[in-house]
Ligand binder design. Structure first.
Ligand code: UDP
Ligand code: MG
Length: 322
């Protein structure tokens, strides 16, 4: 039996998490039952290839607060999170990872700040020593670049683990895009925000699904979703190169008038040609990135499809509530 009017909705996307979801439930239930609020724990199975779905269904008998949302396939973390946010009924929502990298105990601090009147409480990692140096470096580069070019700043070392109240959820649902870069969306909507600090733990078990290529694409999603600077910069790069060419051309004319014609080198010519060809291709490539995204967005496809919702017992596929 699930509670009818939960105050807290935990929103947890799960992809291949059969090894940790049990541990996760143990830790988070202990935290939630020590608060005085009614709660629901929304576990979104994002098309896991292991036995995550069966594991969650078994856990439901032990933890009636679980609400299972089973997506029809793997839609990715951003879409799974969006599904959870859309179906959640609580007054406050807390997105959290299943792998216990986000310590559930921090929820006490979230609630304390929320009780003080904050709409958003974010968790800031003060210690990322459990992440590899490559991840730390690329994350830092991403934040630096993103914040330099995008209109809204994403605070560094702040993930999706946070508390948002109903007002913020309503604002988030006003953003109609289907390709949802949640970190950016969370920042974009704004509201009165408080920060609590924590140390990021290592994954309890299982493996990260964000590595190399996927992380790079995720970064591109973020930058193209919230900035057009990479498109506009070509105006300046082009102007700069044209100015250089003009100066060099004038110089050549004057030099020819004074010293007469000498046959210029083949090597310098080919270098300039290849350089310009390369620069143009990069420009076209950047444009391609945006056009591709425009194309995907213009199809207006739903962000996710829910195959099963244990609360409403629907088994009909359902798309995003607009
Ligand atoms: N996740 C998901 N769908 C995916 C990939 C990941 O729902 O396609 C979930 C995953 O189960 C976890 C969270 O997103 O709860 C974060 O994933 P992960 O721990 O692999 O990422 P990292 O912490 O390394 O950034
Ligand atoms: Mg993780």
């Amino acid at each position: 039996m699930i509670v009818t009017n939960p105050i807290i909705s935990i929103v947890c996307p799960c992809y291949n998490e059969e090894q940790v979801v049990g541990l996760f439930m143990e830790r988070i239930s202990a935290v939630l039952s020590s608060t005085n609020y009614e709660y629901e724990i929304i576990l979104i199975n994002d098309g896991s290839k292991d036995r995550t779905l069966e594991t969650i269904k078994n856990l439901q008998t032990q933890y009636p607060a679980i609400r299972l949302i089973n997506l029809s396939r793997n839609f990715g973390k951003e879409a799974a999170l969006t599904a959870g946010i859309d179906v959640a009924r609580g007054e406050v929502l807390i997105p959290i990872d299943a792998d216990l990298q986000d310590p559930p105990e921090l929820i006490h601090d979230f609630l304390r700040e929320w009780e003080k009147g904050f709409d958003v409480v974010v968790a800031k990692r003060v210690d990322r020593s459990t992440d590899s140096w490559a991840k730390k470096l690329t994350a830092e580069l991403f934040y630096k670049f993103h914040n330099a070019v995008a209109q809204v700043e994403i605070p560094e070392n702040v993930g999706d683990f946070r508390l948002i109240n109903r007002r913020v959820v309503k604002a988030i649902q006003l953003l109609p895009e289907n390709q949802r870069f949640m970190k950016g969306i969370f920042s974009w909507v704004g509201f009165k925000t408080s920060v609590v600090e924590y140390k990021r733990e290592a994954r309890e078990a299982g493996e990260t699904s964000f590595n190399g290529w996927k992380l790079w694409n995720f970064a591109l999603d973020g930058i193209t979703s919230f900035s057009t600077a990479p498109l506009r910069i070509w105006l300046y790069i082009g102007s700069f190169i044209s100015a250089l060419a003009f100066v060099y051309g004038s110089f050549t004319v004057v030099k020819t008038l004074i010293y007469g014609i000498d046959a210029p080198g083949y090597a310098s010519l080919i270098t300039v040609m290849l350089f310009l060809g390369g620069v143009q291709l990069i420009g076209i490539g950047v444009m391609g990135e945006y056009i591709g995204r425009l194309y995907m967005e213009s199809k207006r496809r739903p962000t996710y499809i829910i195959e099963e919702d244990s609360l409403t017992s629907t088994s009909e596929p359902k798309d995003r509530v607009e």
